[in-house]
Structures are given as structure tokens and as C-alpha cells.
Write a protein that binds this ligand. Structure first.
Ligand SMILES: *Cc1c(COP(=O)(O)O)cnc(C)c1O
Length: 419
């Protein structure tokens, strides 16, 4: 025994201990444009009393990596500033943020209302896990507030909102839908990924209206899109204004273990300072290309809320452009869809998409690389809720940061393939 201990000691000296517990501390006061990135599962306490006293719910200290580090706290506060909220939790994806909200606020016997044109996986969660746990859902026509009003019952505990709808891009009368939820006392959660905190203020929808701002209760944001901007990070956020509501969501967040990686948070912190200029550049290019496609004979409908004949344009104009007109009025994301004339078959439209060189085929959006996806909308919608009026195939574009002329030339050559 003595012999063995001697062997270990001579093999190691105390170098391995020194490599773990070395007393050197770099001088304090380092500063640089990018904040440091703090990585931890374990967080170290000064003594047992400190360990017992620490409360994971508040940002006054640290308990465990899952409950926050300086890096995640910093990102949360910047996202509160972006969206105009007071509290934020981070989740491993935008969909996890949606799931966090639904699981925190819904119990067996409750009902949730979701727009028929909502982000598909939100509806799939309701149709899968929520249904299996005895939580029912109804889809509503987001373009018709009366349809929402008529579906709210005493079992309705949550209404999801999205502006514009995913893929089909109809822009709802968001203030009207929020006012309705207020009047009926139902919590409303907005998927604010498209607006990104820039196109409109989710917690002050109609500045100057009434004594209290007209606000959503919860704003969910897929940081995967514009806040990341690189197509290389998955993350989501849940921003709120009300402390009690935040704690309810935070408690579920903790129990579900929805932590985010420090390096992912670092990437988003790195990208946030350029969010506004990138959003504006995506917007400018997307509007130009959408307007140009609107003149093409192959296209019967352009779906972009800032384009005059797009469904809900007047609601976009009121909310995001302060009622102003003009090609550059207001703000919009660099995302739009077009419907091809039904003379073009699904195979023709696939050929168009395959012929594009700069627009890559891929899901998600909001990054520097332009993307395209063809969709069969009929299979995504409930004809009894909000019938889809078009026969042709829909193609969605996410406009990246390439040269606009190159993107337009790319679209033109792919359209010519169809001739
Ligand atoms: C992409 C997206 C999400 C989900 O984000 P992920 O990080 O991919 O899970 C949610 N809502 C909308 C509107 C989206 O476009």
C-alpha cells in the first residue's frame, strides 16, 4: 500500500493538481468589444452557506450551468432590449421555445388556438404530444378575428399568433387579435421570428393607443434565423413583460432541462450588433426581387406583406410602416413566396428550383445565403378553416446577402428553363 502510494506520487508529483488548482488569476479589468464566453455545468460556491443561499430563479448569482452563466444572462438582457420585454429564457431551438411556452401554460382539459397558417411544427406539437396529454387544439383563420372570437371558450388557455403566416405570408390584423385575447382574458403568445423585434414592437403594438401599451403576453423568437444569421446555430428565446408569467415559463424551462450551449450563445452575441443592418439589407433585396417577380408572366401571385396586392398588406402597412406608402416604407424580413401559374406542373416548378444556382435548396431562413423551397400548400392547410385559393405551386425564397443583380439573373435563367 505504502509502495503503491509512493509510485503514484513519483509518477505525478503534484502537477495534475497544479493543472487543476493553480493559484494564478489573470488581472481583472480586461475589456474588449466581445464579452468573454463562460462555459459551465458546475458552478463553484465560496462556501456551503453561499451554496444553500443561491436562488436559481433570479439573476443575482449562479447555481448550475443549465440555469444561467454570465454569457446567457447577457444574451437574455440584449434580447429583452431588442423586443421591448423584461424577462427572457433561452432554449435550444425556436421550436423548443414554442414547446416551452405551450408546456408551461397548458394542462389536461385545456385548449390552445393556433393559426391555420402557423409554423407547421407548432401545429404538429399540438397534434402529437399535447393531444396525447389531453390538451385539445383548434386551428383558426388568422385573417378573420371573428373566427378567433368564435373559437375562444372557457377552456381556451393560450392563443398563438404569428405575423405573417409561415410560408403563405398573409399578414393578420395583429392588434385586433391581441385586443380580442385581452378582452377575453386569454394569454396570447406571438411567434415573432419574422418581425425579429425590428419590424414592429410586440410589447407596444400601437404606440400612443390607450393608457397601457397594447402588448402580447409572450414573444417567441427563433434566434436560428436573423439573430444568428449564419445558418449555423439553433436557438430560441421566450420574452415576457410579466414577472409571474415569466416564472411559470422559467419553472417549466428548468424542469425540462432546456439549456443552451455557451458557444452557441456566443455566436448569437457576436451577430446581434449587425442584426439591424442585415435585416434592412435582406428587406431591400427581397422587396426588389418580389416586385420584379410580380411582373413576370409565370407568377400569378407574390406573397410579401410589403407588396400592395399581398393578403394583409394593409395590416402590415399599419403595424410596420406607420401607415406610410412607398417602395421603402416600413420594415419587413427578406422572406417572400410566389405562386406559379397552374399551367406549370409541380415537376416544372421542381425544375425551376433545381436550376437555381445562388438560391440553395434548404429549410430555415435568415442567413447570408439565399434559399428556396417549393411547397404543396394544399397539404398544409385545413380547407374548412381558411381555404387556399391558388392552384399553382408555391415557392418560398429567403433572400440572402449576395449581390442583388446576381440573384435576379439567377431567377431569370431558372425561369427561362421553363420556357
Ligand atoms: C424556424 C422557425 C421556428 C423554429 O426555429 P428552429 O430554431 O428551427 O426550431 C419557429 N417559428 C418560425 C416562424 C420559424 O420560421
Amino acid at each position: 500500500m505504502l509502495h503503491l502510494r509512493g509510485t503514484i506520487k513519483s509518477m505525478n508529483d503534484s502537477r495534475s493538481t497544479d493543472l487543476i488548482h493553480h493559484p494564478y488569476r489573470p488581472p481583472a479589468g480586461f475589456d474588449a468589444p466581445m464579452p468573454g464566453t463562460f462555459k459551465a455545468s458546475t458552478v463553484i460556491f465560496a462556501d456551503v452557506a453561499a451554496m444553500r443561499a443561491r436562488n436559481w430563479q433570479h439573476k443575482t448569482g449562479y447555481t448550475y450551468g443549465l440555469h444561467g452563466t454570465p454569457t446567457t444572462f447577457l444574451l437574455e438582457e440584449r434580447l429583452c432590449a431588442l423586443e421591448g420585454g423584461r424577462q427572457c429564457v433561452l432554449t435550444p431551438s425556436g421550436l423548443a421555445a414554442i414547446a416551452n411556452v405551450s408546456l408551461a401554460l397548458l394542462r389536461t382539459g385545456d385548449e390552445v388556438l393556433i393559426p391555420d397558417n402557423a409554423y407547421g411544427p407548432n401545429k404538429a406539437l399540438a397534434d402529437g404530444e399535447l393531444k396525447a396529454w389531453g390538451i385539445t387544439h383548434q386551428l383558426y383563420d388568422a385573417m378573420n378575428p371573428a373566427d378567433l372570437a368564435h373559437r375562444i371558450t372557457e377552456r381556451t388557455k393560450l392563443v398563438w399568433l404569428e405575423a405573417p403566416g409561415s410560408v403563405t405570408m398573409e399578414f393578420p390584423d395583429l392588434p385586433a387579435l391581441v385586443r380580442l385575447c385581452r378582452e377575453r382574458g386569454v394569454v396570447c403568445a406571438l411567434d415573432n421570428t419574422w418581425g425579429a423585434g425590428l419590424a414592429f414592437r410586440p410589447f407596444d403594438l400601437v404606440p400612443g393607443e390607450g393608457a397601457e401599451p397594447l402588448a402580447v403576453d409572450v414573444s417567441v423568437h427563433a434566434l436560428t434565423k436573423y439573430p444568428s444569421g449564419g445558418g449555423d446555430v439553433l436557438m430560441g428565446s421566450v420574452v415576457t413583460l410579466d414577472e409571474a408569467l415569466h416564472l411559470k415559463i422559467k419553472l417549466s424551462h428548468m424542469r425540462l432541462g432546456l439549456g443552451v450551449g455557451a458557444n452557441d450563445a456566443e455566436f448569437v452575441l457576436r451577430s446581434l450588433p449587425s442584426l439591424e443592418v442585415r435585416y434592412a439589407a435582406h428587406d431591400l433585396a427581397a422587396r426588389e426581387l418580389a416586385r420584379w417577380l410580380d411582373t413576370r408572366p409565370e407568377i400569378v401571385q407574390v406573397l410579401h406583406p410589403a407588396i400592395a396586392d399581398s393578403p394583409g398588406h394593409e395590416h402590415w402597412r399599419a403595424l410596420c410602416a406607420g401607415g406610410a406608402d412607398g417602395p421603402r416604407a416600413g420594415r419587413a424580413a427578406g422572406l417572400f413566396s410566389v405562386v406559379f401559374d397552374h399551367a406549370y406542373s409541380a415537376a416544372d416548378v421542381d425544375r425551376f428550383c433545381d436550376s437555381l444556382k445562388h438560391f440553395k435548396l434548404g429549410y430555415s431562413w435568415g442567413g447570408f445565403m439565399s434559399l428556396v423551397v417549393p411547397y404543396d400548400v394544399a397539404g398544409m392547410r385545413r380547407p374548412d378553416v381558411a381555404p387556399w385559393p391558388h392552384k399553382g405551386v408555391l415557392v418560398r425564397f429567403s433572400v440572402g446577402l449576395e449581390s442583388m443583380d446576381d440573384l435576379q439573373a439567377d431567377l431569370l435563367q431558372a425561369l427561362q428553363v421553363l420556357a
